[in-house]
Design a protein around this ligand. Sequence first.
Ligand SMILES: Nc1ncnc2c1ncn2[C@@H]1O[C@H](COP(=O)(O)OP(=O)(O)O)[C@@H](O)[C@H]1O
Ligand SMILES: [Mg+2]
Length: 362
Amino acid sequence: MTTPFLHIHGIRKVFGPVVATEHVDLTIGEGEFMTFLGPSGSGKSTTLYILAGFQDPTAGDILLRGRSILSTPSHKRNIGMVFQRYTLFPHLSVGENVAFPLRIRRMGQADIAEKVQRALKLVRLDGFEDRMPAKMSGGQQQRVALARALVYDPPVLLMDEPLSALDKKLREEIQHEIRRIHQETGVTILYVTHDQEEALRLSDRIAIFNQGKIEQVGTGPELYAHPATHFVAEFIGDSAFLSGTLTDITDNRAGLSFADGSIVRNIPLHAKGQVGKRAELMLRPERIALSAVKGPECATLPVTIENLTFLGNATTVTARTGWGETLTVRLNFGHPMTDRISRGDTLYVTWEPDAAHAFVKA
Ligand SMILES: Nc1ncnc2c1ncn2[C@@H]1O[C@H](COP(=O)(O)OP(=O)(O)O)[C@@H](O)[C@H]1O
Ligand SMILES: [Mg+2]
């Protein structure tokens, strides 16, 4: 087995009675863009700070090219970091801010000048050397912070919600820049966000954090199509969860019955289930169809149409099941069904065999 580039190994961190992270295990390839995605308080920043050396783990290890870096002090780890809030030195010009890590490393003046130029060019701020941070927009300041983090060519760059203080348009613009910089430099990036869209846009792979643990690691499409847990299914994309009871289980596929007597079958079942236990059927709005006729026996449910909402590129249809739960169906603009349905209609939802998932209730 080859040694992974970066190996986060069994990291646990407690703050008094608070368990911030537990069993965090992850390997990251060289040049990979890995994102930690999860709600606030799920342990993303703590994991990043342990990598940066701002905090020591309670247990576990961090291996870079097979060697532990835990005993290396933060400033010698050669890991770049960009934070959520602008952390530029307000009394230093842009050029001096970017030069700072090189001055600490006692680099010669000519080399510093050249590297600062290159870093500013990378973030498209050449010509801004003499500007003071206070005279720049939030987006520009984050670019300077990025240039400062990259100026000494660190093999790893950590970014902790670097765009969350910016408005949507600027955020998308800098996301684009971050992708370009990742491609141009080949630097390995560990990126923290609570925004699923940002994670999907940027990442090679995403680690989903929940309550201090990683629930699943995968590419965006993998997590979307094959969520391993209820939490992941809920966190990535939109979905409805319908509560039923497991009626049969064969080879990780299950049948479920519902309160109105409806039965579905052949649903991929995640986690161990037992016949008779409660479980939830997950359906994504764009992966189900509405039909006037009953679908195949195992993949259909009768519903009543409650509402239609026109969204421009699509119409979302709210449908109520016979036992009172609702789900949403998304019909893209121009879908022939859009004009054929109205409130109060009784129809059927249907789906392809792998478009539904079942999760056992915790
Ligand atoms: N310095 C600290 N002292 C005490 N508790 C902390 C400290 N840092 C983080 N925590 C706690 O650890 C948990 C994880 O926090 P954090 O890693 O910041 O989450 P995230 O970045 O995902 O929002 C939270 O419950 C948080 O309150
Ligand atoms: Mg955080």
